[in-house]
Design a protein around this ligand. Structure first.
Ligand code: CA
Length: 228
């Protein structure tokens, strides 16, 4: 699951991001409304949930919420705000937030409500992906060979999903890294990518996948192909 956290208080944002990463969420942080809108709407990443502060410099959180909702109606938007007045909570929900939590809040409550929101709004826009004997369930982040689940790390899964979204097309190392890691991991280099690809290939081979290959395209990137 990939989360966008739009929050201008750096200390709180980093603390919350670390907690979420321990729960195996990918987290990107945007420090103001403008960056938040760009990442939510303008970038090529589809976030599973957007955690949104209301008191932001520049574009206000309420406006951000409204614009995201208009541009991407299926987004899950969760407002986290120090504004706990009934008026703000009602307004937040009225302009399209799916849930609202007043700061300060217990982290366990946020995590529980996030899980509830993910369950309540299953992303029907994410059908199964498949190639040959390989199939992926993007909603559950699980991969299968001949219907049998294979045990991948979240990074290996994300690499495989990003390759499988464009079978037969070479994806550059930069694109794979930016889509398969969050901000926290974006300082990773191509050597790290190579290690993950190596492990991924090994696991797929052990699962007896024999009609799909991850190919290295020298100086360009990687592609997944169906072997004839
Ligand atoms: Ca704030």
């Amino acid at each position: 699951m990939r989360i966008l956290l739009i929050e201008d208080e750096e200390f709180f944002a980093n603390m919350l991001a670390n907690v979420l990463r321990q729960e195996a969420y990918f987290v990107d942080i945007a420090a103001d409304g403008e960056e938040g809108l760009y990442r939510a709407i303008g970038s090529n990443i589809d976030y599973d949930m957007i955690l949104l502060d209301l008191g932001l410099p520049g574009i206000d959180g309420m406006t951000v919420c409204k614009q995201i909702r208009e541009a991407k109606p299926n987004s899950r938007i969760f407002i986290l705000s120090a504004r706990g007045q009934t008026f703000d909570r009602v307004k937040g929900l009225d302009i399209g937030a799916d849930d609202y939590l007043t700061k300060p809040f217990p982290l366990e409550e946020l995590l529980a409500r996030m899980r509830a929101l993910l369950r309540r709004m299953p992303q029907s826009s994410k059908p199964m992906l498949g190639l040959g004997q390989l199939s992926l369930d993007p909603s559950l982040k699980k991969a299968y060979v001949n219907g049998k689940e294979i045990n991948l790390t979240i990074t290996e899964y994300m690499l495989l999903e990003n390759l499988l979204r464009k079978p037969g097309i070479t994806i550059s190392q930069e694109e794979l890294i930016s889509k398969s890691w969050d901000d926290f991991g974006s300082t990773l280099f191509s050597t790290t990518l190579r290690t993950h690809i190596y492990n991924l290939r090994r696991k797929l081979r052990h699962a007896n996948l024999n009609d799909v290959s991850i190919r290295t395209v020298v100086n360009q990137g990687y592609q997944i192909t169906l072997d004839k």
